[in-house]
Design a protein around this ligand. Sequence first.
Ligand SMILES: Cc1cc2nc3c(=O)[nH]c(=O)nc-3n(C[C@H](O)[C@H](O)[C@H](O)COP(=O)(O)O)c2cc1C
Length: 184
Amino acid sequence: MEFQNVIFNRKSIRTFLDEKVSDEQIYRLLEFGHAAPSAGNIQPWEFIIVKDEDNKKAIVETTFIGNNMIDGKPQEWILKAPVIIVVVANKQKSYERYGKIALETLIYLDCSACIENMLLGAVELGLASCYVSGFRKDELSKVLKLPETHEPIAILPIGYSNDVSLKRPKVKLDEIIHCEVFSG
Ligand SMILES: Cc1cc2nc3c(=O)[nH]c(=O)nc-3n(C[C@H](O)[C@H](O)[C@H](O)COP(=O)(O)O)c2cc1C
């Protein structure tokens, strides 16, 4: 697909067909993610691939709809995705080079670049996905049995979809462009 079509066709999709995604497709997605830029080329991302139904349920139990972290209902729609990729940051790798700023910002910036590559890559491969960060971090870490050195950054449900919904509108680009107004 032409690059600009990949960019403009990407949208968050939350419905999935009952159709498997091959390991080759998943591996290709990870290659896209792994090609992302990162501060100092630290590449703090790691990937956990989940297909087992019970494991998916355990992950979804840590999620919540909207911003109600405590009582919010789980994002059950995720269960329909045949594969879930959890993007995890290796905090230690980044901290060893950058110290505090690694934990405040860099791991999130790095992993988000990686995640966007995968979201765009999914479009190229004819797959659907959505960036999900509505989960209780500590609970998800426990479910995934992550060591202290690692932090979950995003859940990416992956699958095929026949979603034909309209793309969500964006604010007008011209309203957010500012041209050299700082003088004096
Ligand atoms: C950091 C981040 C966290 C998000 N978390 C969730 C989430 O927990 N659940 C969800 O359904 N969508 C989530 N989204 C998707 C947004 O709702 C979506 O990107 C936004 O509505 C714009 O729609 P679009 O992706 O189709 O352009 C998240 C997106 C980002 C960038």
